[in-house]
Ligand binder design. Structure first.
Ligand code: AQP
Length: 339
């Protein structure tokens, strides 16, 4: 009998070093990344997407520092640089190059429909730059560069991923089978963690401090922010995303962390007040994040080690990217050259 050897699938995802990573980043992305790294079916590539962060003005010194800190946080959450490729986007110039090339296969109308662009343009009305507009093209390049099969993301990034798929299909229809058409991988619970102060908006690291829980927040800050979280006035603990967004968000966070089903949680809190729910969420979040915080301090204490990981892993990523880029150059008819 002949044995069928399945090719490993490639997973790619990234996070912007645009602030201190939040519980939304943790539940929606990082936690799923950690789960996937031990699955022998996958090769995983995780990136600190610093070029994306430039779509909003950044302080250069802070950005430089945050890139290393974000890598330390990846590792503190449990990502192993031996099992995954962990690197910084700007260290692999092929991201920008493919971004340009794919921009020539993306329509203005498609980009104008992106809800994140509309949302960020309204938040940063004084700086609606072209990078903010073409952000999804660079994201498509990040993904397509590595022949990615699966992209673990939160629900908020689904529209961008659909566009990456459309671009890949369009390119393949013109030039043959160049790109793998990626699929979204969205975890069951906590696909969209909402702001604590405006629970109809997603939790974002660049919003005001009380609206999010940072992965590195101290226990007392986590409890304080959750105690202040906006709920409603009817006093009943019930899951109803439309009608009771604040309470539903707290229930979702709790369910995402403890794994308890929503019905079980509703039964557990029947007849109790919002204070009890907030305390339970705070206990669960503190317990989940405390070990991450202490591991983070340990990793951050050894900057040369982190920088070396970044350097080595960028080399590994660049090698993979080169394969795609030479195929793309050939297909597009760019004149051959050797460096
Ligand atoms: N609130 C969230 N709920 C679930 N998943 C989330 N993600 C982000 N916020 C939530 C997921 O985290 C990954 C990385 O996101 P990002 O940092 O690259 O960009 P973002 O989605 O724009 O995150 P922020 O925090 O809102 O950044 P800023 O404030 O700088 O714009 C993605 O997989 C995302 O789905």
């Amino acid at each position: 009998m002949t044995e069928v050897i399945e090719k490993k699938k490639t997973i790619f995802s990234g996070i912007q070093p645009s602030g201190i990573l939040t519980l939304g980043n943790y539940i929606g992305a990082l936690r799923n990344w950690v789960k996937l790294q031990d699955d022998p079916a996958y090769n995983c590539i995780y990136c600190v997407v610093d070029l994306h962060a430039l779509t909003v003005r950044q302080d250069p010194a802070a950005l430089r520092r945050r890139c290393v800190e974000t890598l330390a946080l990846f590792m503190a959450c449990g990502l192993d640089p031996e099992k995954n490729i962990l690197y910084c986007q700007s260290h692999v110039p092929a991201h920008s190059e493919l971004g340009w090339l794919l921009g020539c296969f993306t329509y203005m109308g498609e980009l104008q429909r992106m809800t994140q662009f509309k949302d960020k343009a309204s938040k940063h009305a004084d700086n609606i730059n072209a990078g903010l507009f073409t952000y999804p093209v660079l994201m498509a390049a990040d993904i397509l560069l590595y022949g990615t099969d699966l992209v673990p993301i939160g629900e908020d990034q689904r529209q961008h991923l659909e566009l990456a798929r459309d671009i890949a299909i369009r390119f393949n229809n013109l030039y043959g089978n160049v790109f793998t058409v990626p699929e979204a991988y969205i975890g069951k619970a906590g696909r969209r963690v909402m702001s604590l102060t405006e629970p109809t908006r997603k939790m974002s690291k660049s919003d005001e401090e009380n609206s999010y829980i940072a992965i590195l927040d101290k226990p007392e800050d986590i409890r304080r922010k959750l105690r202040r979280a906006v709920t409603d006035s009817d006093g009943v603990i019930r899951y109803d995303r439309e009608g009771k967004p604040g309470v539903s968000n707290l229930l979702e966070i709790l369910s995402a962390i403890t794994g308890e089903e929503m019905e079980a949680l509703a039964a557990r809190f029947e007849g109790q007040g919002y204070g009890a729910l907030k305390d339970a969420v705070a206990d669960a979040v503190i317990q989940e994040l405390s070990p991450v915080r202490s591991r983070y301090e340990e990793f951050l204490a050894d900057k040369p080690y982190l920088e070396q990981i970044m350097q080595n892993n960028a080399g590994r990523a660049a090698k993979l990217a080169l394969r795609t880029m030479s195929k793309v150059h050939k297909k597009l008819g760019l004149a051959p050259y050797k460096l």
